[in-house]
Design a protein around this ligand. Structure first.
Ligand code: PGA
Length: 245
């Protein structure tokens, strides 16, 4: 399967900076799919500037409802209309900052699928959970609770992001990443059948040009979800070029 390198721009940058960064990525990288997820107000301009390129555009969240009295929220259909094809859901920063639980992520993922967006559902343990030996059971529970029926056939994507590795410069060992990805693959295949063998499993959490090649070469790692390093075009492209050929 073609690897996906996805950039999560979080709450960074002006509109002008977002468009400039997108333009610097237009050329893309051979043999890899690229995706950038700007903040809501920048999605449309970034999508326009990437028209005709091989770089797709996504959002970082959506509401579970199709419309209604939800001040400050954005629906999946609005994101689609603005030019997004993907949406990150259940990122640990949303789970923490906004109290999103698995049921909320499930409802949002259903809404994304209903609007024709490809959901990227994030799972990952905290440091305390890892130290307690609970990493596998935590991600399995999150997966079971936040991934709906129809996810695999719609091309849904899972991102394994250990909470303690996000923005910290620390990553799990290569064997630890491979072990969790194997757990996720097994759980998906058990639930959805053999078609889940082609579900993309991304690793996220302090992916940088220097560690990308080793991480992306691991079995069942089909790409990366990149935060900090996705804000620098040269770093993001270096990570994309680190995908084993
Ligand atoms: P990071 O963020 O690459 O800055 O660790 C990853 C993420 O939160 O998706």
């Amino acid at each position: 399967m073609r690897p996906l390198i996805a950039g999560n721009w979080k709450m960074h940058g002006t509109l002008r900076e977002a468009v400039k960064l997108a333009e610097a990525l237009r050329e893309g990288a051979e043999g890899v799919d690229l995706l950038v997820c700007p903040p809501f107000p920048h999605i449309h301009a970034v999508a326009v500037s990437l028209l005709g390129s091989r770089v797709a555009v996504g959002a970082q969240d959506c509401h579970a409802a199709q419309r209604g009295a939800h001040t400050g929220d954005v629906s999946a259909a609005m994101l689609r209309d603005a030019g997004a094809t993907h949406v990150i859901l259940g990122h640990s920063e949303r789970r923490m900052d906004h109290g999103e639980n698995d049921a909320a992520v499930l409802a949002k993922t259903e809404a994304a699928l209903g609007a024709g967006l490809v959901p990227i559902v994030c799972v990952g343990e905290t440091e305390a959970e890892r130290l307690a030996g609970l990493a596998d059971s935590v991600v399995e529970k999150q997966l079971a609770g936040s991934v709906p029926y129809g996810f695999v056939t719609a091309g849904g994507i899972i991102a394994y992001e250990p909470v303690w590795a996000i923005g910290t410069g620390r990553t799990p060992g290569e064997q630890e990443i491979a072990a969790i990805h194997a757990t996720l693959r097994r759980a998906l295949v058990e639930r959805f059948g053999p078609s889940a063998r082609s579900t993309r499993l991304l690793y996220g959490g302090s992916v940088k040009p220097g560690n990308a090649a080793a991480i992306l070469a691991l079995p069942d790692v089909d790409g990366a979800l990149v935060g900090g390093a996705s804000l620098v075009a040269a770093d993001f492209l270096a990570i994309a070029r680190a995908v084993p050929g």
